[in-house]
Design a binder for this molecule. Structure first.
Ligand SMILES: Nc1ncnc2c1ncn2[C@@H]1O[C@H](COP(=O)(O)OP(=O)(O)OP(=O)(O)O)[C@@H](O)[C@H]1O
Ligand SMILES: [Mg+2]
Length: 263
């Protein structure tokens, strides 16, 4: 539902112990909110903490300090079982490299996650999978095997698979990084279309600024911190910081605290 907060990180820090007393601070005092129904990009250099933030939001990484809530639920107050049930119900994941099972057809790969969810007829799951594959333009590839698809097509199948359990939240970690520029743009276009038509909240991690287009909020990570731009939910200014513009690349965003929003 629009207006609710889907993801909330409150002063979250993640420290990895590397042994012999060495540590890495992968996320440092990160506070952010992502509203239900939003399409948000997480940008930043390699090693800046983007994947860490995504994993924290999904409850895949336990914070060293701070609080993570998903749709109002404090993730680390749940048991392991409750947490994975919540994840399975609410979140679809798309990772950097297509991860389809080679011995299953496209359709079988897409319906695979339904076998872990609540009981439903196989026919219903197949019908939903066929519908998703049609939406993403692969209805003619339903019965082929992943090796018979291009990398971009495989990634589209992964996107269909991530949506099969009707998640409210789609988390995508650099889903286009091994694709050529044109295919990359097509995949991002597909995310935008799915966001618009299904109303799913999308958080897309990307290295590529050009991918972030107008109307999309971007959260920039730098050295484990939320650097800029971080627009307050609802566009309410919080402080007097200056806007960060990527207008040249099609992204225009504003640091919290700027009353003029350039979307
Ligand atoms: N499991 C881990 N153990 C130790 N250090 C880790 C672990 N995961 C991440 N880090 C460190 O935390 C920092 C942030 O990593 P993260 O993977 O979040 O970066 P990223 O922004 O996603 O980078 P990339 O764009 O290269 O994927 C890095 O310095 C990384 O080396
Ligand atoms: Mg990463």
């Amino acid at each position: 539902m629009q207006g609710n907060t889907m993801i909330k990180l409150e002063s979250v820090t993640k420290v990895y112990e590397l042994g012999r007393g060495a540590t890495v601070i992968a996320a440092k005092d990160v506070s952010l909110e992502i509203g239900a129904g939003e399409f948000v990009a997480i940008v930043g250099r390699s090693g800046s903490g983007k994947t860490t933030v995504l994993n924290l939001a999904a409850g895949l990484t336990r914070p060293t300090a701070g609080r993570v809530t998903l749709d109002g639920i404090d993730l680390w107050r749940l048991t392991d079982k409750e947490q994975s049930r919540l994840r399975n119900q609410k979140i679809g994941f798309v990772f950097q490299f297509p991860s389809l099972l080679p011995t299953l057809t496209v359709l079988e790969n897409v319906i695979l996650p339904t076998t872990f969810g609540p009981r439903e007829s196989r026919a219903a799951a197949r019908a939903r999978a066929a519908d998703l594959l049609e939406r993403i333009g692969l209805s003619d590839k339903i019965n082929v095997y992943p090796r018979q698809l291009s990398a971009g097509q495989q990634q589209r199948v992964v996107i269909a698979r991530s949506l099969i359990n009707k998640p409210e939240l789609l988390l995508a970690d650099e889903p286009t990084s091994n694709l050529d520029e044109k295919t990359e743009m097509e995949i991002v276009g597909l995310f935008r279309e799915l966001h618009a038509t299904l109303g799913v909240t999308v958080v897309l991690v990307t290295h590529t600024r050009q991918l972030v287009s107008a109307g999309m909020r971007a959260i920039e990570m730098a050295e484990g911190r939320v650097a800029a731009p971080q627009l307050a939910i609802g566009g309410v200014p919080e402080n007097g910081s200056r806007p960060v513009e990527y207008a040249k690349n099609g992204l225009s965003a504003t640091v919290a605290g700027q009353s003029e929003l350039s979307y």
